[in-house]
Design a binder for this molecule. Structure first.
Ligand code: SAH
Ligand code: DHB
Ligand code: MG
Length: 227
């Protein structure tokens, strides 16, 4: 384990490959000034979300867990004209900071921040029966991750890409003996994905400025290549 080295390598990767414009820098600064916890993804991770959204040719993106809107900005910047991102946030203070940050990034017309517990706002989206989402990024309260995965599949379509953040947590996030609700939720999410006939999935461990963690990626069966 060498977190200092991981951070320096992330610094190199960002300097070479991930242009962090003044908007994103301001978003991080504003979020910190507003007292939000420093748990947004790194620049390299944000760029990965952006590239995956482009690869998926996503025109409708759903995010669960907005915080200050950092990952939402990376994702929304991948949308083609007419694309839309809906992001769900339980904490009205976080949502207010995110709306400000999205306006700063000139994305307020593309992005809708819905305030409320995600289990409620997801059910609301289900009732509205809008067009399905092409990509769903889940990054909220880990105890509810299994339900969020189920909703993502329900609100998606064959070919939808589902991403679940923080599925490793330095390894302790997977401790089978843990009584922690987040750990149990994460393990149940793996089990649900494994047992789900429509989901093909893997998880990738990551190191960097945000420490040692990982993300899970699941593809809803029957995408373009099969249709
Ligand atoms: N995706 C963000 C980071 C999200 S941090 C980024 O990378 O920039 C997790 C967020 O999920 C926090 O803002 C937290 O308030 C929110 N959250 C926690 N429980 C939630 C719930 N039940 N419904 C919706 N959002 C929730
Ligand atoms: C935490 C939550 C996250 O979504 C993340 O990416 C990192 C940390 C947390 O709750 O500590
Ligand atoms: Mg996260």
């Amino acid at each position: 384990m060498n977190p200092d080295l991981w951070s320096r390598v992330d610094g190199y990767i960002e300097a070479c490959l991930v242009s962090h414009d003044s908007t994103l820098a301001a978003v991080i600064a504003e979020s910190a000034a507003a007292g939000l916890p420093p748990i947004a993804g790194s620049a390299a991770q944000g760029k990965l979300l952006h590239l995956l959204a482009r690869l998926a040719r996503a025109t409708r993106i759903l995010e669960v867990g907005t915080l200050g809107g950092y990952s939402a900005i990376w994702l929304a910047r991948a949308l083609p004209p007419g694309g839309r991102l809906v992001t769900l946030e339980v904490d009205p203070r976080h949502a207010a900071v995110a709306r400000r940050n999205l306006a700063r990034a000139s994305l307020e017309t593309l992005v809708q921040v819905r305030t409320g517990a995600a289990l409620e706002t997801l059910a609301e989206l289900g009732r509205e029966q809008g067009a399905p989402f092409d990509l769903v990024f889940i990054d909220a309260d880990k105890s509810n991750s299994p339900s969020y995965i189920e909703w993502a599949e329900r609100l998606g379509h064959p070919g939808t890409l589902i991403l679940l953040d923080n599925v490793v947590r330095e390894g302790w996030g997977l401790d089978a003996a843990s009584g922690d609700a987040a750990v149990r939720g994460t393990r149940r999410a793996y089990e649900l994905v494994d047992a789900h006939p429509q989901l093909a999935a893997t998880a990738i461990q990551t190191v960097g400025v945000k420490g040692y963690d990982g993300f899970l990626m699941a593809l809803v069966a029957g995408g373009r290549s099969e249709s």
